[in-house]
Design a protein around this ligand. Structure first.
Ligand code: NAD
Length: 268
């Protein structure tokens, strides 16, 4: 079996990386950055987002494991003291693989035939680089609303506990094939109107955002932010691809939500 480790690069994460690498190589596993079967991410959720994007072309072959060297994360849910147990389970292949849905983001440009296509593990947001964002929102090709405000966020179920939650979105269990659209400070008065509530769309639905005036947008894909010029539309759907996590013990999603947001005493 082949493995690779990504560290947040702080002292503790690097030390753990060295320890885990030694253990795994002692068990006869091969360090392989190009095509690993298992990727250990040591740091926080941000480190796992980086690991995900490094291997976003090889998702069918890779299973991710997150170890947190700071506070408990949603993806980084193993504690440093569990590293020996973890390594033993990997070496003996005593784990199951669970899959979570992803978001596919296609950005179509006015002068280009091919769209730029990205996969997001948490979410994609759209903002205007300088003025109020004005975009028409289409659901399954039907015009739904004209949005005016700071921005829009489309999140995955596992990303629903991240930026989406801060925007008042619902927490969605990652066994649901869905995506959620939330507003950032929409302008609502007698002239301008949006639905105002987060929308949860099923796996077979599509959402398109089309510019009304300025065609340039700041688009984020998880932690990555880029300015896209001359945009014709930004299209969202639940991706065909899935992200795979190696699970060595039960840590149900709602337990993680509880431990992260309600009472973390037992987890750190
Ligand atoms: P980061 O690593 O500092 O992450 C920011 C925080 O988000 C961390 O506390 C991390 O644990 C948490 N986080 C990430 N994914 C999560 C998830 N799925 N569920 C619950 N918490 C999660 O910074 P980064 O590497 O730039 O991370 C990018 C992420 O930060 C984005 O995907 C976005 O979700 C989040 N973010 C949140 C806000 C907000 O809450 N207002 C604003 C911008 C970005």
């Amino acid at each position: 079996m082949k493995f690779y480790i990504i560290s947040r690069s702080d002292k503790l994460s690097n030390e753990l990386m060295a320890t885990a690498r030694n253990y795994l190589e002692d068990f006869g596993m091969e360090w392989n950055e190009e095509s690993p079967d298992v990727v250990l991410s040591i740091g926080g959720d941000g480190t796992l987002l980086h690991a995900f994007h490094k291997y976003s072309e090889k998702l069918a072959d890779v299973a991710f494991v997150g170890i947190h060297t700071g506070h408990l994360g949603f993806y980084a849910d193993w504690k440093p003291i569990e590293i020996e147990k973890l390594v033993l389970s990997i070496a003996k292949k005593e784990y199951e693989v669970i899959e979570y849905p992803l978001l596919e983001v296609s950005i179509h440009y006015q002068n280009l035939e091919e769209p730029a296509v990205y996969l997001a593990l948490n979410e994609s947001t759209v903002k205007s680089p300088d003025v109020t964002l004005v975009m028409d929102v289409f659901l399954n090709e039907h015009h739904f609303e004209r949005f005016r405000g700071d921005g829009l966020c489309m999140s995955t179920p596992s990303g629903s506990t991240a930026y989406n939650k801060a925007l008042g979105g619902a927490i969605i269990h990652p066994s649901l094939q869905a995506m959620q659209l939330t507003e950032m400070a929409s302008i609502n008065n007698r002239v301008f109107r949006t639905v105002g509530s987060p929308l949860v769309l099923p796996g077979h639905h599509r959402c398109a955002l089309r510019p009304v005036k300025a065609p340039d947008f700041m688009v984020t894909i998880d932690h990555l932010q880029l300015l896209h010029k001359d945009v014709k539309s930004i299209e969202y759907r639940v991706a065909y691809e899935k992200v795979r996590f190696a699970r060595f013990r039960a840590f149900p999603f709602w337990q993680r939500v509880h431990d992260s947001f309600i009472d973390s005493e037992l987890s750190d």
